[in-house]
Design a protein around this ligand. Structure first.
Ligand code: GLU
Ligand code: MG
Length: 465
């Protein structure tokens, strides 16, 4: 479970002693430095590192870093809002010691996600991990709800060096093909070993549809832990691939055309230890609350895209008939609907039933994406939102308006931002500082690619995420 208490200057009770003991242990294991990681509004993971000997000091006082990264774009240029984007000010990065992990594919290094607080010891309104921690705690306190989540990781592996800009698939072979598994055998085995050594429970690992594409799915955890895990898994994939001379892209669209990389989000709501998505009286065993949870998310999807599909490259991926889920619809095991109701097989439904949100990619900040999606689902429960009829098959084949309520999701980042602007409750759930940062950063990204054709957009973000 994730520690729900905010960091405090001087350290939470016991933190400094714990960090001192951990540092001794790490030094004994040949770890020289600790990577302190967070994800910015644009979806880029930013880091600072400290020598292992400074871990206790970091646990007590944090590590300084400018708040300006909250309005960085993916290309490292900077935009601003009323309160963010200034070169002034400083924040303190506090490692979550519960998540400290020795990096199996980066000898000499450990890793920990951070919360960011102000120098005055207050919550930083731009910290997405803090937002998600608070949102989850509030849902439990107010509504007795807890959540389990997992983020699928799809990536494309190419032959280096990426500096050349082009993409050359690391291995040949068809979708889900044995040839591709054999071709990546050593790298794949090292990846599984590294993830296991880091305590990441892998469910499956397979060659995906597109050239050079792979996927790892992992076990569900509480939402903050799931977001942390998503960041750690990507760090690990990159490091393992590099040891094999390969380069990795999590970009939603490595190429302008064809199937892209998704980051589907699996989510279930629970009350008093019971999974609300199974064993109920509703459709496919959903309880009334699970149906309302899904309905709340479904209704918000066009606006949610500004958070879950935050890059101009996201809209190269979000095309019909590519399993990315670009219609506001749901269905059981429906791979072209934005929401896929997963029931699990008989005997497992109590534990396994969940909701898969498909128009999510790995340019998204996972903390922000989970916060926005969970807030929408909880609003659905509070409002008693009604889930419309399901769909089967591919809505792309239907004449517009054929199934009431089913519409195409925004086709550009600008359209998604317009929906987000109009969605006051969602903006309020993120808080004005983060909501404004989302708008400013997305508008900055759109402006950065204005006039570029699809090929150039794909190239611009190919090796960024
Ligand atoms: N690659 C697809 C996407 O962009 C998903 C394929 C799958 O369903 O696993 O979302
Ligand atoms: Mg997949």
């Amino acid at each position: 479970m994730t520690t729900l208490a905010d960091p405090v200057p001087g350290g939470r009770p016991g933190d400094v002693e714990r960090a001192t003991a951990l540092a001794g242990e790490l030094e004994g294991r040949g770890v020289h430095g600790v990577v302190l990681a967070y994800v910015d509004t644009a979806g880029v993971c930013r880091v600072k590192t400290v020598p292992t000997a400074k871990l206790a000091s970091a646990a007590a006082w944090g590590v300084g870093m400018s708040p300006v990264f909250d309005t960085f774009l993916a290309d490292d240029s900077i935009v601003s809002t009323d309160v963010l984007g200034s070169p002034d000010g400083d924040l303190r990065l506090y490692p979550d010691l519960d998540r400290l992990t020795v990096l199996a594919a980066q000898p000499g290094w450990a890793w920990a996600p951070v919360d960011r607080i102000t120098q005055e010891g207050e919550r930083h309104p731009g910290c997405t991990r803090t937002l998600l921690r608070h949102l989850v705690a509030d849902a439990e306190r107010r509504h007795g709800l807890t959540f389990r989540a997992a983020i699928e990781v799809e990536w494309t592996m190419g032959r280096g060096p990426e500096a050349a800009g082009e993409f050359v698939p690391a291995v040949p072979g068809p979708a889900y093909g044995a040839a591709r598994q054999v071709g990546s055998s050593d790298c794949g085995a090292d990846l599984l070993a590294a993830l296991a050594a880091q305590g990441v429970e892998v469910e499956q690992f397979h060659p995906e549809y597109a050239a050079g594409q792979f996927e790892v799915s992992v076990g569900a955890l509480d939402p903050v832990a799931a977001a942390d895990r998503s960041v750690l898994v990507r760090q690990t994939i990159r490091a393992v691939a590099q040891r094999h001379g390969l380069v990795v892209s999590f970009s939603p669209a490595v190429l302008a055309r064809g199937v892209g990389n998704g980051g589907h989000l699996h989510l279930s709501a629970w009350r008093a230890g019971r999974n609300l998505h199974g064993g109920g009286e509703g459709r496919y065993g959903m309880t009334a609350d699970a149906e309302s949870f899904a309905a709340g998310i479904l209704a918000r999807l066009p606006a949610l895209l500004a958070v879950t599909a935050p890059s101009p490259a996201s809209y190269l991926r979000l095309k019909p008939s590519q399993w990315a889920g670009v219609f506001t619809a749901w269905g059981r095991e429906a791979r072209e609907a934005a929401l896929r109701v997963v029931t699990g097989t008989r005997g497992l439904t109590d534990r396994a039933a969940n909701l898969e949100v498909k128009p999510v990619d790995l340019a998204a900040n996972p903390y922000l994406a989970l916060a926005a999606v969970i807030a929408s689902g909880v609003d659905g429960i509070v409002d008693g939102a009604v889930l419309p009829g399901e769909i089967t098959g591919d809505p792309a084949g239907l004449p517009p308006g054929e199934v009431p309520g089913v519409r195409r999701l925004p086709v550009s980042l600008a359209e998604a931002v317009a929906e987000f602007r109009a969605q006051e409750r969602l903006r309020a759930a993120l808080g004005p500082v983060l909501a404004d940062a989302v708008i400013a950063v997305r508008e900055g990204e759109s402006a950065a690619v204005a006039g570029l054709d699809d090929e150039r957009i794909a190239a611009a973000y190919r090796w960024t995420y």
